[in-house]
Design a protein around this ligand. Structure first.
Ligand SMILES: [Zn+2]
Length: 520
């Protein structure tokens, strides 16, 4: 953790008569320190890569002074849940501009059990290419398991378990912050709880966390949270529930409140458990993970296609898909986000597409799946539940999106708008929760969840990851129909002391760093 004595000493100096030597002084803004305390008017100073003073102080020399009157000054936002692993390695998306424009300075990759398994190689590639924001990585259970066992529905052998444990140990030594699972995806969906407990024990040894896209987010959400809690208890590490929700119309009658209650109860009993959320009523994942049960998804794409035409499995598979479509208004709740074979389907729901094509929604699903699948936007949550979850003090804000640049796809708007939607729209405009809490959910809280030292708070000696935004204009503009639109209102953004947004204009100097976990 950060050095408390050094911080207090610097704070004392900054409050005393000794003038502060600085490169930048952010003057007369409302300071939110990330702790959840209400904002106070004051200044913040940056020298090199560090914050050197916060509050009221005098300045030595001739630093660049930025008038922040009427603006909010906050710790740069930390997104605990992104799928930016691949995009951050590509030249066109590595600047991570859709996140910088929201005030995000650090993103976590490797979520939902998906991402690169070789942490050292991934970090090296990020460093070689340069990256727009800081990056933290989790070891992805699905990719790790697939690498060792393939996409199979069976228990791992002792040898396979030992190999998975070895790879996790290596990943943690190489700087990963924990492990993530995605228990609706392949092959993790075939894992028994005991397998995950054994693997999480290796992570616990290194002081890492267990982050999980739990086994079910609908009718089985409570059992699934119980499973995550058990893994945390038996492996001895903090549990983090990714994108907490009650998914599906049939569970809009109080399941979210029960889920919140269950987590609160575990916290009250002393267990380390937290969650995150993106503030939207739609989720987004693959069509297959949404409408095809795991028992039909073993093996390769060829295996899957053969199963569709097989006399025995075909009718069962169709029936299962049909049931899932019925639970989603026959497909009206499912919109195609990305399907390159028929770009004109992107942005349209399955009922609309079926009408266009004079087919049934089931026909459309089968056609897409035979061709390798599609990404969808899934209108699966109730607004009341979204608001209930966002108010909880253990819920961080996290996008579940990825680094992208405008294109012809119609993805979920969360990758462009998540933080501005939560802080700007829900908190500042709608007053759904206090702004100091909304800011904490995007800064101090995610830093605490990761046990991330020297970031997440506006404190002297901490790294200068700082966002300055205008509360009147800080809003998301990305919509479900037009998602490729940057957020408004971020005036200044500093990452590791470097100015990356200057008076509202992008400078994008790839100021991010790979942040390696080190055992305390
Ligand atoms: Zn997920």
């Amino acid at each position: 953790m950060f050095n408390v004595n050094a911080a207090l000493l610097l704070l004392a100096i900054s409050l005393g008569a000794e003038p502060v030597s600085a490169d930048f002084v952010l003057k007369n803004g409302t300071l939110f320190d990330g702790s959840g305390r209400p904002g106070v008017v004051g200044d913040a100073a940056i020298k090199g890569e560090r914050i050197v003073a916060v509050g009221n102080f005098t300045v030595a020399g001739n630093p660049k002074t930025i008038d922040c009157t009427g603006l909010f000054i906050a710790p740069g936002f930390i997104d605990l849940h992104t799928h930016s692993d691949e995009p951050l390695l590509h030249p066109e998306t590595r600047a991570n501009l859709n996140y910088l424009r929201q005030g995000v300075t650090t993103v976590v990759t490797g979520n939902c059990g998906l991402g690169p398994t070789n942490v050292a190689v991934y970090f090296e590639e990020l460093r070689n290419g340069g990256v727009g924001s800081n990056v933290i990585h989790l070891i992805p259970h699905n990719n790790l398991k697939a690498q060792v066992m393939g996409n199979v529905s069976r228990l791992p052998t002792a040898k396979e378990m030992a190999e998975m444990e070895r790879l996790i140990d290596k990943g943690m030594n190489d700087g990963a912050w924990g492990i993530s699972t995605g228990l609706i995806y392949n092959p993790g969906t075939y894992s028994k709880t005991e397998e995950i407990i054994a693997l999480a024990k290796v992570v616990a040894k290194h002081g890492g966390i267990y982050a999980s896209h739990i086994r079910g987010e609908g009718s089985t959400v409570l059992d699934s949270i119980e499973e995550a809690l058990r893994i945390g208890r038996e492996a001895g590490l903090p549990v983090h529930i990714s994108h907490l929700k009650a998914s599906g119309r049939s569970v809009w009658n109080g399941k979210a409140a029960e889920a919140v209650g269950l987590i609160k109860q575990a916290r009250a009993s002393g267990q380390a458990v937290t969650a995150d959320q993106y503030p939207y009523i739609a989720s987004s994942t693959s069509l297959r993970a949404t409408v095809v049960p795991p028992r039909f998804r073993e093996g390769s794409q060829e295996d899957f296609v053969a199963r569709i035409s097989n006399k025995e499995t075909g009718p069962k598979l169709r029936k299962a898909i049909e049931e899932h479509l019925q639970q989603n208004q026959n497909g009206a709740d499912l919109r195609i986000a990305r399907y390159q074979r028929r770009p004109e389907w992107q942005g349209k729901d399955l009922v609309t597409i079926a009408e266009m094509e004079a087919k049934t929604p089931l026909d459309i699903v089968l056609e897409i799946e035979k061709n390798g699948g599609a990404q969808i936007v899934h209108f699966s949550m109730s607004e009341d539940d979204v608001r209930l979850i966002m108010k909880q003090d253990f819920v961080a804000t996290a996008s579940d999106g990825s680094a992208m640049v405008p294109s012809s796809t119609v993805p979920h708007p969360r990758g462009y708008g998540c933080f501005a939607c939560k802080i700007g729209r829900y908190s500042i405009e709608d007053r759904a929760l206090p702004v100091e809490q909304a800011i904490r959910s995007a800064s101090g809280l995610p830093a605490d969840i990761l046990k991330l030292p020297e970031r997440g708070y506006l404190r002297p000696t901490f790294f200068a990851d700082i966002v300055v935004f205008d509360p009147k204009t800080y809003r998301d503009t990305a919509t479900y129909d037009r998602p490729h639109q940057y957020a408004n209102g971020v005036k200044w953004l500093f990452i590791n002391g470097k100015c990356v947004i200057e008076n509202g204009a992008d400078k994008s100097p790839l100021a991010g760093r790979v942040l390696k976990h080190r055992e305390k």
